[in-house]
Design a protein around this ligand. Structure first.
Ligand SMILES: C[S@@+](CC[C@H](N)C(=O)[O-])C[C@H]1O[C@@H](n2cnc3c(N)ncnc32)[C@H](O)[C@@H]1O
Length: 283
């Protein structure tokens, strides 16, 4: 990815930061199974030093901070200033003092070799400018035999949380043929793709675990619509291409498609993610 494209990705996340802050409680709830999966796969426990790559509005750093406890620590990282600010403010509100914050990109981590026991990254690897370099740098800063674990979305068709909106919008807004290697939520959905990058980067014991779970929250369709159309940069861009007259038609079509996922005031979407993990080989 050239620097111009990279800046476009980061600018979109900078705009998203206020929405990820606005929906932080829902985000923590909806994606909690991914955090549990990462903690399990990276064998995170009391007293460890853990790196979070692309921590967004603060997860999984905030959850892991309670698990490692006062004898451990978390290093939150994200290249987007707005994300770092909101995550840091939340840690302050919760008096979680064992987290440090650094604004940096996954492919240029300002830490020494073997500085951490483990590294996790939740839903961020798909947006790395250069995933090969980022995975190699993440492994570099982990101690020998330590674990790295990345959570990414599985196949699009197994994730109606996204497709119920995207499929309808795509019928109204023309979008160019997608290059499978540009930053996108489903960039690593194909089994083996991210695992291959870990293997090429020299990780050992690489495992890809498919995680099927429900994205659940006590919200209405109206709240879901607002959350989806605000949180995603690519969706915001596409929605801007709709005429004011098209908007209610699109919204109604999404409401029809999403109806079965909203029952008695609760949203519940089946979802699929991959947790790709590996261990740092001897230095
Ligand atoms: C979908 S959000 C996930 C945030 C958080 N981990 C969570 O699960 O709630 C993706 C995050 O990846 C970050 N990101 C984008 N490019 C990155 C890069 N080159 N290195 C590290 N993180 C990056 C974005 O700033 C954003 O915070």
């Amino acid at each position: 990815m050239n620097p111009e494209e990279q800046n476009k990705v980061l600018d979109a996340w900078q705009t998203s930061a206020r929405y990820w802050d606005k929906y932080r409680v829902l985000i923590a709830q909806m994606f909690a199974p991914l955090t549990s999966g990462l903690i399990e796969e990276a064998r995170i426990g009391t007293g460890q030093k853990v790196l979070d790559v692309g921590g967004g509005s603060g997860e999984p750093s905030l959850t892991i901070s309670s698990i490692v406890g006062p004898t451990g620590s978390v290093m939150y990282t994200d290249p987007v200033a707005g994300m770092v600010e909101t995550a840091q403010a939340e840690a302050g509100r919760r008096s979680q003092t064992n987290i440090q914050f650094r604004q940096c990109s996954a492919d240029d981590l300002p830490f020494g070799d073997g500085a951490f026991d483990a590294a996790v990254s939740r839903l961020s690897a798909m947006f790395f400018a250069d995933p090969g370099t980022a995975v190699r740098d993440t492994l570099r800063v982990i101690r020998t035999d330590g674990y790295v674990a990345f959570a990414v979305w599985g196949l699009e068709e197994a994730n109606p949380f996204f497709t119920t909106v995207n499929d309808v919008v795509d019928r109204f807004v023309e979008s160019a043929e997608q290059d499978p290697d540009v930053p996108d939520a489903f960039r690593f959905a194909v089994p083996g793709k991210l695992a291959g990058i870990l293997e090429n980067a020299g990780a050992k014991n690489v495992i890809e675990r498919q995680l099927n779970f429900q994205i659940e929250a006590a919200i209405s369709f109206e709240q879901f619509w607002q959350l989806r159309t605000e949180m995603s940069g690519s969706l915001r861009e596409k929605m801007a291409g709709l005429s004011p007259a098209q908007l209610p038609t699109v919204k109604q079509a999404v409401a029809d498609a999403a109806q079965r996922y909203f029952v008695r005031g609760t949203m519940s979407f089946p979802a699929q993610a991959l947790i790709v993990s590996g261990r740092r080989s001897a230095i």
